[in-house]
Design a protein around this ligand. Structure first.
Ligand code: DQQ
Length: 574
């Protein structure tokens, strides 16, 4: 994203957020009168079949994901009393496979003077000899002063770790001291250990309009001191929420523990930007000698940087899963529905499907892919191979439940000759997607799929590629367009878009996987290089009335080399 007069724009956005939120610093929209309106009956039409959600009410950030003694744990920000943000506790579910979940007691809720006004986001660290420790942000007063607190399991022998206690010793373990701004100081990361005998964590913050990752270190995991300088900071990015900092291997697809050291690694720093409600990450080097993180020159450090997801995906958090030697990322997908409808349907928010993450062999970006356990939900399968799609042609994928499906398609493009010239005036991929929608005829593309489509196409959510020529190379655009997703008019219907960093000149093939689940279309382009999650609310294309098509609206014919589609069974969730 390019902001020409950036600081002015930034200040305007910040001012707008402050006004909208009545002086409370940004984050979630606040509706005091709806915060404790409990639902009487839950609307089922758009509930998901296999994406994680509680039985009712509001959910936001994933918190403290971890694997311990045979169980995955997912905690999440939750309002037990209503379908908008407020009354925040850490709800808790446990799982053997990351897909089917059992709800247990809330792990953290306001109970101490230091978290009387809320238990906000944080992370878990498995500390050798101690066990899991949760570090989270407590809201200590009505002014929303943020302090960092910790909790440990009451009984390590309980496989579900149902009860958590907040020891009086060293709690809160950090309060903001000069120059840290205590009203913008939250979301501690998982800790990592270094050979100098210290644990370290990062806490998100901002100094004026500079996003900051303050670093703290400790020898005993109780007393923490702030390092001389932050791990990293960046001007004009505003408040850094939910930072995540972890190593990735240069050698293999396997994940690494947060403390992994050595010269065969690179580091990732991800921040969720409160001002835009998008995230970005950089790849870079963690200079342990200097205690600083330095992003690579190939990674843009700011608003226009790389994203895990170019759609509705925020406050993500990763963890290392030692049982499968992988790193897994969770992220929250908010509703795009109106507040009134959230309250009416009695629930709001889902978690995206957990994604395994590793470094792209090109070393310029990450790759993310749904955890393999998701495939266990695949039921009936359809196959359509070697089908040519001429300009304007579309074919229906029949025989599966299009409202709850998993689809993998591989397209091949005979020639790139007809690719249109990329217009440099487009500010970003999202704008290019809005200008060149799925119905706008092109040279190479648009081609892709029409998800959650009604029979006569009054409603559909297209996910598609379009290929352009630029000065030196081809530009591949991937779009997920919610503009025609619902006959309901008053919704947020964005045209999300991202570029795909793929060299098409070699084999001229590109793949697309889409996880379709009633009100979510989660799409993975080119094996997880570019991902877009859209939330949509069709009125006609629901349940058995939903259809799925493959289409080409470019003049160059496209071949659908392989298509596999599956009915997805519902997961057992909570
Ligand atoms: N949500 C939490 C905060 C975090 C924000 C509050 C991000 O800790 O900064 O519910 O969505």
């Amino acid at each position: 994203m390019v902001f020409p007069e950036f600081s002015t724009t930034f200040l305007f956005l910040l001012w707008l957020l402050l006004v909208i939120n009545n002086g409370v610093e940004a984050f979630h929209k606040i509706y005091p009168h709806l915060q404790s309106v409990s639902t009487i009956s839950v609307g089922t039409q758009h509930r998901t079949g296999y994406h994680f959600q509680p039985r009712k009410h509001w959910i936001n950030d994933p918190n403290g994901p971890m694997y311990f003694n045979g169980f995955y744990h997912l905690f999440y920000q939750y309002n037990p009393n209503g379908s908008v943000w407020g009354n925040i506790v850490w709800a808790h579910s446990v799982s053997k496979d990351l897909i089917n979940w059992e709800a247990v007691e809330h792990a953290l809720y306001p109970s101490k003077s230091f978290d009387k006004y809320g238990c906000w986001s944080g992370s878990a660290t498995i500390v050798p000899g101690i066990g899991p420790v949760i570090q989270y942000t407590g809201i200590a007063d009505e002014k929303q002063t943020q302090v960092q607190c910790y909790a440990i399991p009451e009984d390590l022998k309980d496989p579900h770790l149902r009860k958590w206690v907040k020891p009086d010793d060293s709690n809160p373990f950090v309060v903001a001291d000069n120059p840290v701004n205590g009203s913008a100081f939250r979301d501690p990361t998982t800790a990592w250990w270094s050979k100098d005998g210290h644990w370290r964590i990062v806490v998100g913050s901002r100094r004026k309009d500079r996003g900051v990752a303050y670093m703290y270190r400790s020898k005993d995991f109780k007393k923490w001191v702030r390092s001389k300088h932050p791990l990293h900071s960046r001007k004009d990015t505003g408040m850094w929420e939910c930072p995540d900092f972890y190593p990735v291997s240069l050698k293999s697809n396997l994940g690494l523990d947060a403390s992994a050291d050595g010269n065969q690694t690179k580091h990732v720093l991800k921040n969720s930007l409160d001002v835009t409600r998008y995230e970005y990450y950089t790849l870079g080097t963690y200079r342990r000698d200097k205690d600083r993180y330095v992003p690579d020159k190939t990674s843009e450090d700011g608003w226009g940087g790389l994203r895990y997801d170019y759609g509705n995906f925020y406050a993500s958090k990763s963890f290392f899963d030692p049982s499968k030697n992988r790193r897994v990322i969770w992220g929250w997908a908010n509703e795009s529905d109106t507040k009134e409808d959230d309250v009416r349907k009695g629930w709001a928010g889902i978690q995206a499907i957990p994604r395994t993450v590793w470094l792209d062999p090109n070393q310029r970006q990450l790759l993310l892919w749904p955890v393999e356990e998701l495939n266990n939900l695949r039921g009936k399968e359809v196959n359509m191979n070697n089908q040519k799609l001429e300009k304007g042609e579309k074919v229906e994928v029949k025989g599966i439940t299009a409202a709850q499906a998993d689809l993998e398609v591989e397209f091949s493009i005979p020639s790139l000759e007809k690719a249109e010239t990329y217009d440099d005036k487009w500010v970003d991929a999202q704008e290019a997607c809005a200008n060149k929608g799925s119905n706008v005829e092109g040279g190479v593309g648009p081609f892709g799929i029409l998800t959650l489509a009604s029979e006569k196409l009054e409603e559909f959510t297209p996910v598609f590629f379009r290929i352009f020529k630029d000065k030196k190379k081809h530009v591949i655009l991937m779009c997920s367009d919610a503009r025609r997703s619902s006959l309901k008019g008053d919704l947020y219907k964005p045209t999300f878009g991202g570029f795909v960093d793929l060299d098409l000149t070699k084999d001229k093939k590109i793949s697309l996987r889409s996880l379709i689940d009633h009100s979510v279309v989660e799409s993975f382009g080119a094996g997880g290089k570019t991902i877009i999650l859209s939330r949509v609310y069709p009125q006609l294309a629901v349940l058995k009335q939903a259809h799925l098509f493959v289409f080409n609206n470019g003049t160059e014919p496209i071949t659908m080399e392989k298509l596999k589609g599956w009915d997805m069974k519902s997961a057992q969730i909570n």
